[in-house]
Design a protein around this ligand. Sequence first.
Ligand code: ATP
Length: 511
Amino acid sequence: MINKDEHFKRVVSHAKEYGYIFGSSEIYDGLSAVYDYAQNGVELKNNIRTYWWKSMVQMHQNIVGLDAAILMHPTTWKASGHVDAFNDPLIDNKDSQKRYRADVLIEDFAEKLHQKAQKEIEKARTRFGESFDEAQFVVTNERVIKYQTQQKEILERMARSLEKEDLADVKALIEELEIADPDTGSKNWTDVRQFNLMFGTKLGASAENATDLYLRPETAQGIFVNFLNVQKSGRMKIPFGIAQTGKAFRNEIVARQFIFRMREFEQMEMQFFVRPGEELKWYEHWKEKRLNWHLSLGLGKENYRFHDHEKLAHYANAATDIEFDFPFGFKELEGIHSRTDFDLKAHEKFSGKKLQFFDPEINENYVPYVVETSLGLDRMFLAVFSKALKEEALEDGSTRIVLQLPSILAPTKAAILPLVKKDGLPEIAQRIIDTLKWDFNVTYDEKDAIGRRYRRQDAVGTPFCITVDHDTKVDHTVTIRYRDSMKQERVPIDKLYDIIHQEVTIKNWLT
Ligand code: ATP
């Protein structure tokens, strides 16, 4: 078993070596926290997007799609609160010149206390064996109580200070806890400052007449400003949803962890408009639905957990994250937020236009409440890719690297491989491709021994290898090899379509 750090390094290098992800503009030494999706990466990303889109839009009669522009009227961001409040507290280390998010430094410190408490619990579990009562232990063991109380106090104080914008106290906390620069150990810190995460740009040819714009930091606002357009033109009745996928931009202070935190990324968001007072019911509904969507991919239930927010954003009355066990631990994958009527009301105020719905059932006009589901496409990519990448010990003592992507998401569904490059086998392989390519992404490979070709497809994540050999010419059968079990079967060529279809049809994944 390799450790998590080692696994993460492999994820990054495998993504590059097998044409999934490259650093942006690498020939110029790259651009920090910006990435390009390569030939296989773009297919996996498209498949994840389609899986989300179909499950949200095609499967729901009351959810429709939208593709709003990245550039929006600048008042949008005043109304949404992003101009005034989309800030992260940053701190610089004077010796190393490195910049950090002050809240993340404190959270990491608190996490260490949590881990110390966990260690005590695990030690006791080993000591007491079967008779260990964890619930009892955590409320009586002095060390565990100490660590947990400290952790809670630290996080509460930070939340209070950030809420009051008391940045001096955030710095004081860092100093009191003697938090050092994780890279150099220096404790020589600057003051904490707020930093707005929006990227600015300009519209217009001449400097004097140019208008300041922002690249959108979330896709949601494009949905809110179009709420009435969609409702009216689509004759939508509440409750209904608008779904959208698209790029968002954030000038993240510290962008580490590969595609987990990027400066240019893609979101898949759905805003569900409901009757005021019914939002918490719908919030619970979407919490369950969204978790089930993740579970449908079969990566393992133990890799997901909810993290309910105690400190709510200014627009929310309930919020949770679906966290995933990434190679660097459990972190947010998707957010589900009950956003109240904050956004629509704010846009009403700033635009002077009504954004209301007449509800014929109760004969009333109101500003709907909103429940949002917000998933990062790139984070979803990382979740799937990092769990799928495995090193397996085989019976013959060798190992293989296999990317066990859910087959519905795999970039290529089948590789068609003629056993040799002659005797008419490549032509038969080509004919198989010509029948399958209309519905499935398939590939052809004739180079190297068949075993090596299998391994190459394992590493790229192709669920099926189909080998054409001399018997094929006689009986029109081929060998189909399954990526995960490595089992091989002889099947007629005209059964291939059904076999692949059964495996990758969305119906068999979502139900
Ligand atoms: P975090 O706390 O990790 O910064 P957030 O709470 O700011 O995330 P939201 O504003 O709720 O994130 O955005 C919704 C989703 O968009 C997140 O759950 C995540 O999947 C994705 N996301 C947000 N920021 C980034 C980023 N910089 N890079 C990649 N994905 C991101």
